[in-house]
Design a binder for this molecule. Structure first.
Ligand code: SER
Length: 317
């Protein structure tokens, strides 16, 4: 991984992943790909090249790959689950037609490709506790349908054409840099902002709803570590379960109250998000990722909460 294109570089994951690879991989060139209306700014813009990179524009992608001799593409363009339910055709277009364009460019120009999957790739018939690596998926949301298809298409390009596709199923990601937009797990980010600002938090997810969550530094570490892993050890490719913590809203709020006792929460359950959350795993089994590429998270709920509050206090107060 030397010349890297991050598609969706101004999004929740991309904004931090682009900077991490620029900082940590010596000699790397990391192109920040963006779409109109989501241009990179500040340090993201100043610390390396940036190019318009719309996944629906195959010639544009091919030109960037040629110009920078790209060897690895992180494809982070996606509509999250709640938005995708409102705009299913757009979600399909970005997530599937976009992926096909990327995989074709990767096949022609010999690039490795990382396209995240998600806890959203599972459905109501999936075993919810200790969700195995290989199990029934059958999601009911458009987001989930595109994520299962992403896994299958990525594996297809590996088996048929030898394209080096690898990915993980991300849990809900919690970060203090860029807000997520329109996901089912967003509540677990937003409540930290409300707590630090001293505002009441209105929770769209019902008490008792367990979902896997992860702090962004662990998620970024997984994305980089997997792409650098020894391919000879990989039995699986698309996509690996990875896990670090699983909680329901009350557990998270109680943890935040250990540090900010004044946190006030009211529930106003959003039926779209709740139906999606009910269909997702409570906790995934990530033993294959641990065995095949030494995946290991560093943050738990407590250490994440301490760091989130400290970072948000610096940013917001
Ligand atoms: N965080 C995503 C969402 O809630 C799931 O991967 O849509």
């Amino acid at each position: 991984m030397k010349n890297v294109l991050v598609i969706g570089s101004t999004g929740q994951i991309g904004s931090e992943l682009t900077m991490k690879i620029r900082r940590e991989i010596p000699g790397s060139t990391v192109v920040a790909g963006y779409i109109p209306g989501a241009e990179p700014k500040g340090i993201l813009l100043e610390s390396g090249p940036a190019e318009l990179a719309d996944v629906r524009n195959a010639p544009q992608l091919a030109a960037i790959v040629d110009k920078y001799r790209i060897d690895t593409i992180y494809n982070l363009a996606a509509l999250l689950s709640a938005v995708a339910e409102k705009k299913p055709l757009l979600a399909w277009d970005i997530q599937m037609n976009g992926l096909l364009n990327i995989l074709e460019v990767a096949r022609e120009k010999n690039c490795a490709v990382f396209t995240p999957s998600s806890i959203g790739s599972f459905g109501p018939e999936t075993p919810h506790v200790g969700t195995p690596q290989d199990t029934i998926q059958r999601p009911r949301s458009m987001y989930g349908v595109t994520k299962v298809a992403t896994e299958l298409l990525s594996d297809y390009y590996f088996h048929k054409y030898g394209v080096d596709t690898r990915s993980v199923r991300f849990p809900g990601l919690i970060s203090n840099v860029t807000l997520p937009g329109g996901g089912t797990t967003d509540y677990a980010v937003e409540v930290y902002y409300s707590a630090v600002k001293g505002e009441e938090f209105v929770c769209p997810i019902a008490p008792g709803t367990y979902m896997d969550m992860m702090y962004m530094p662990d998620a970024l570490g997984a994305a980089v570590h997997l792409m650098e892993a020894d391919p000879a050890r990989l039995v699986h490719r698309n996509s690996f379960n990875i896990a670090s913590m699983s909680f329901e809203p009350e557990t998270l709020f109680a943890k935040i109250r250990e540090y900010i006792p004044s946190l006030k929460v009211r529930y106003e359950v959003d039926p779209i998000r709740q139906a999606i959350a009910n269909s997702w795993p409570d906790s995934m089994d990530d033993s294959c990722a641990r065995a095949e590429w030494d995946w290991k998270p560093t943050y738990d709920l407590d250490s994440m909460t301490v760091d989130m509050i400290e970072c948000l206090r610096k940013k917001l107060v």
